[in-house]
Design a protein around this ligand. Structure first.
Ligand code: BV8
Ligand code: ZN
Length: 238
């Protein structure tokens, strides 16, 4: 029995696809009908906060009606079986579905649809309410922004540091539902591998991180998760 077998995981938009949330790249991806510069950069927000809010409010509204799928639920179950200290989920997603599936201590590298920050007083708060008037205002009169990490913006230092720490000490690093093109998130898998972790990928297609993987589950996360867990438990029981 391998005690203290540590698993870290990087998830991307693909794990929420079966919950009905569009991915970014590929067929029907979000970036097909939105320009990253216009809706996912600080410059785009400065230029047209209303357009950016219409993009994010539509995603918040849609995400509210989505539920975690077997991919999210499987990872929460894995953490329950092996303990919160031995399973760490780092996500690029902002939909909050890992938390709703019961996963604890989720590291949200790119922020959350359910947090807003005032551009004037910097106050940040969690809210699941939909805003009637866009762009929404803070009580101090400042315009609120989604507390999301846009392109060209640094990731939250403490969260990225934790994600790095977990990647370094992982025995197994799972890469699930990400194209592996966005940095510095994608580097976590590379660092895990360089520190000796075995890397597995769960993705119907080959991602940019496939070259790191000893094993790939070429299927949807929701469909593969039971098998992934079975394989992990087999290793631990060896
Ligand atoms: C930073 C906002 C530095 C949240 C996101 C050149 C010019 C300018 C910048 C750069 C550059 N080169 C590199 C950069 C840095 C840039 C970057 O990486 N650009 C890329 C595009 C080249 N990174 C940044 O700007 C980052 N910040 O570097 O700051 C800095 C430091 C100090 C001071 C100042 C600055 C910030 C990156 C974060 C940007 N924000 N999103 C939101 O609106 O959601 S990134 C965006 O892409 C999302 O967060 C998303 O999660 C992320 C990654 O995409 P994926 O999750 O991988 O999704 P994708 O659609 O790509 O792939 C889905 C995959 O799932 C596919 O492989 C598919 O096959 C698979 N799939 C589909 N269905 C399923 C499935 N898998 C399993 N099951 C299924 N059912
Ligand atoms: Zn304010």
């Amino acid at each position: 029995m391998k005690n203290n077998f540590r698993i870290a995981c990087l998830t991307g938009a693909g794990i929420s696809a079966e919950s009905g949330i569009a991915t970014f790249r590929g067929m029907g991806g979000m970036w097909e009908n939105h320009s990253i510069e216009e809706v996912a950069t600080p410059e785009g927000f400065r230029k047209n906060p209303l357009l950016v809010w219409e993009f994010y409010e539509a995603r918040r509204k849609q995400a509210l009606s989505c539920k975690p799928n077997k991919g999210h639920i499987g990872l929460a179950r894995l953490q329950e079986i092996l303990g919160e200290k031995n399973v760490c989920i780092t996500t690029q997603n902002v939909d909050g579905l890992h938390q709703r599936a019961g996963t604890k201590n989720v590291l949200e590298l790119h922020g959350s649809l359910w947090k807003v920050r005032c551009t004037k007083c910097q106050n940040e708060r969690e809210t699941f309410e939909l805003f009637d008037d866009l762009p929404p205002k803070c009580s101090c009169g400042g315009i609120l922004r989604p507390a999301i990490v846009w392109f060209g913006e640094p990731l939250p230092q403490d969260i990225f540091k934790n994600a790095l720490f977990e990647a370094r000490r992982a025995n197994l690093y799972l890469v699930i539902g990400t194209s592996g093109v966005v940095e510095p998130a994608a580097s976590l898998a590379k660092i895990a591998a360089s520190e000796g972790a075995v890397v597995w990928e769960v993705n119907p297609e080959e991602s940019a991180l496939a070259y790191l993987c000893q094993k790939s589950f070429r299927s949807k996360a929701g469909e593969a998760m039971d098998l992934v867990i079975e394989e992990i438990l087999k290793i631990i029981k060896e």
